[in-house]
Design a protein around this ligand. Structure first.
Ligand code: ZN
Length: 164
């Protein structure tokens, strides 16, 4: 059964939330903490209140297993969910390349090379985010967190400069 959009508090964001984004928000994939993770990081987007923890088992420089936990808005959760599916079994270099394409997608009118949309697969559903600048940080939070984890920084990353 499809709930009316108003019940989800989506109001003016309207068509930004496609069916796939809503599905991943309601039933996030890889939503768990890996007990045998060897990389982890926490990401925080204070502008929206999104907080995501990513755990990764990295083997031979590629992502063997990945999970995330945390809470936030529909975009941040769906982005983390779809990202964890998209990066599984990829190397760190491949994750960086994918992040570059995703970042161009959500930050502006496509300047990427033709074919980037296809390379992004399901991640392409976040194309609408570029029309909502406030939501870009929600969409990229999981990626910032994953990159921090892969670099072994292990710390909490934030989308904003700490003012204190
Ligand atoms: Zn958010």
């Amino acid at each position: 059964m499809t709930e009316p959009q108003a019940m989800d508090g989506l109001d003016d964001l309207g068509d930004l939330y496609g069916e796939m984004i809503l599905d991943h928000q309601r039933r996030p994939r890889n939503f768990r903490d890996l007990p045998d993770a060897n990389r982890r990081a926490v990401g925080h987007n204070p502008l929206c209140g999104d907080r995501i923890a990513i755990t990764v088992r990295l083997e031979a420089d590629s992502i063997r297993e990945i999970g995330f936990t945390g809470d936030g808005c529909a975009i941040s959760k769906a982005s983390a969910s779809i990202m964890t599916d998209a990066v599984k079994s990829r190397t760190r270099a491949e994750v960086e390349a994918l992040y570059g394409k995703f970042h161009s997608l959500v930050t502006g009118p496509s300047t990427g090379a033709p074919g980037d949309g296809a390379a992004l697969g399901k991640l392409a559903v976040f194309g609408g985010v570029s029309r909502f600048p406030m939501r870009v940080k929600c969409a990229t939070l999981a990626w910032h967190t994953l990159r921090a984890a892969l670099e072994g920084r292990g710390a909490t990353v934030t989308t904003e400069k700490e003012s204190s």
